[in-house]
Design a protein around this ligand. Structure first.
Ligand code: PEP
Length: 263
């Protein structure tokens, strides 16, 4: 069985101290019954990924060090390793800092920073080259859904991100389907809707890559108002390998409940 994945996207919500406190609290709560949870993370094959802001990555990395099943992710990276790119962050540096994952193409970046499909494509290539696992966010806006083009939009985002990118045996990617209109709304889509979209994504991945590679190296997850109450209805779906969590990842108790719901 593929490992289940829970990703906490803290966005620009937490400063240095708050990121430190939250990661410490999460770790403490995960270990409430001596070693129960951490041992189970290994056995039950669940990966937890915390994604703080760039400035807080090294501190969270220090806190997570050598805790099995809990990993560090960044919220973005640039598509070049180094050079005259003021303000950008190299994927190689993220890797060196202890990141294993990087979120790419989040809808907030697509909207606020006008990140295009082509930029996301270049970032995916750079992340893979730096041996990071890209978490590629795709999803339709409410307006696109109303116009009846949601399938087209996500297929276009997916194809643009991955066309021409081969995956070797060791490279992994995560596709996060996140309907934009649901993010932060407190109301997730139904599991049936998520299942429908995930099947489309899965089919496109099978068009792109050999079936065995898709099964082993590509995970499809859902994001958008996930909570401790609804998480199980998503991860129980055959096509859903995990969840990307925004708001509900900012409180240790709620986030750990989400993790416990999966175990
Ligand atoms: C997100 O922004 O990726 C997200 C899933 O947010 P929320 O859980 O708050 O909807």
């Amino acid at each position: 069985m593929k490992r289940k994945i829970i990703i906490a996207n803290w966005k620009m919500n937490l400063g240095f101290k708050e990121s430190k406190t939250l990661s410490e609290k999460i770790l403490k709560k995960l270990k409430t019954r001596p070693n129960f949870f951490l041992r189970n993370l290994k056995i039950k094959k669940l990966d937890i990924i915390l994604c703080p802001s760039f400035t807080n990555l090294s501190e969270v990395s220090r806190i997570l060090k050598s805790k099995s099943g809990i990993f560090l992710g960044a919220q973005d990276c640039f598509w070049e390793d180094h050079g005259e790119f003021t303000g950008e962050i190299s994927p190689v540096w993220l890797k060196n800092l202890g990141c294993r994952y990087v979120i790419l193409g989040h809808s907030e970046r697509r909207k606020n920073l006008k990140e295009t499909n082509n930029m996301v494509h270049q970032k995916v290539k750079a992340a893979l080259k730096a041996e990071l696992i890209p978490i590629i966010c795709i999803g339709e806006t409410l307006e696109e859904r109303r116009r009846g083009i949601k399938d087209y939009v996500i297929l276009d985002q997916l194809s643009s991100a991955l066309t021409g990118i081969d995956l070797d045996l060791k490279q992994k990617i995560i596709i996060a389907y996140e309907p934009v209109w649901v993010i932060g709304s407190g109301r997730a889509i139904t599991p049936n809707e998520a299942e429908y979209m995930n099947k489309i994504i899965l089919q496109r991945m099978i068009d792109f890559y050999p079936l065995e590679r898709v099964k082993k190296n590509i995970s499809i997850i859902y994001g958008g108002s996930v909570s401790a109450d609804n998480v199980k209805s998503f991860v129980d779906l055959e096509t859903t390998d995990g969840v990307l969590v925004g708001g509900s990842s900012l409180k240790a108790a709620e986030f750990v409940k989400i993790c416990q719901a999966i175990i």
